[in-house]
Design a protein around this ligand. Structure first.
Ligand SMILES: Cc1cc2nc3c(=O)[nH]c(=O)nc-3n(C[C@H](O)[C@H](O)[C@H](O)COP(=O)(O)O)c2cc1C
Length: 171
């Protein structure tokens, strides 16, 4: 039985500072029938062009970026308690070197072309609508440049939230 129920995005009571910034999420996407996932703690939710959107930022060297770029969709998976080890691992190891999904004993579901992690308690299925690499000239606070010593500027992805899958029983 599918443990997830569709939840209208407008009913979400989600604190992005805690859920994304503090706890982190997994961004998961598919390319040529292969799936990769990575931990992310920068991003947000909001409204853009009259659409409900999520935004994430991904550095060019992330293997997951190749998957996001190849796909029309990606998912954001949020976890309950007990997954700190897996989130740390997926934020350290690269899918270039190991199958992180198998190593974490994760299983995959799929909705609207977006693979997601079934062990999560909350999933956002997102359709990419905008992608743009940050450029040095756009930063108004020079202190932020300290984060880009290698000039490896993130690409910003804005994606329409197509559906939200929520487990009935959350940890
Ligand atoms: C808590 C945490 C948050 C992270 N947030 C981001 C992020 O928002 N954007 C990003 O590009 N990398 C972020 N990373 C780094 C990637 O998750 C990490 O480089 C990962 O190994 C990339 O895996 P991949 O090469 O399989 O894509 C984060 C790592 C951790 C541990």
């Amino acid at each position: 039985m599918n443990p997830f129920k569709n939840a209208p995005v407008e009913t979400m009571l989600i604190n992005p500072f805690e859920r994304i910034g503090k706890n982190a999420m997994l961004i998961t996407a598919k390319k040529d029938n292969q799936v990769n996932t990575m931990t992310a703690s920068w991003g947000g939710f909001g409204t853009m062009w009259n659409k409900n959107v999520a935004f994430v930022v991904v550095r060019p060297q992330r293997y997951t970026k190749e998957f996001i770029d190849a796909a029309t969709h990606f998912s954001l998976s949020f976890f309950g308690k007990g997954f700190a080890k897996e989130l740390a691992y997926c934020g350290k190891a690269s899918g270039r070197d190991s199958d992180k999904i198998a190593k974490c004993n994760f299983t995959l579901g799929e909705d609207k072309n977006a693979p997601y992690i079934e062990q999560a308690e909350l999933i956002f299925v997102c359709k990419k609508i905008f992608a743009q690499p940050y450029n040095a000239e756009s930063f108004l606070d020079p202190n932020i440049m300290e984060m880009y010593e290698k000039k490896d500027f993130h690409t910003l992805y804005i994606a329409e939230i197509e559906c939200v899958l929520q487990k009935e029983k959350q940890a």
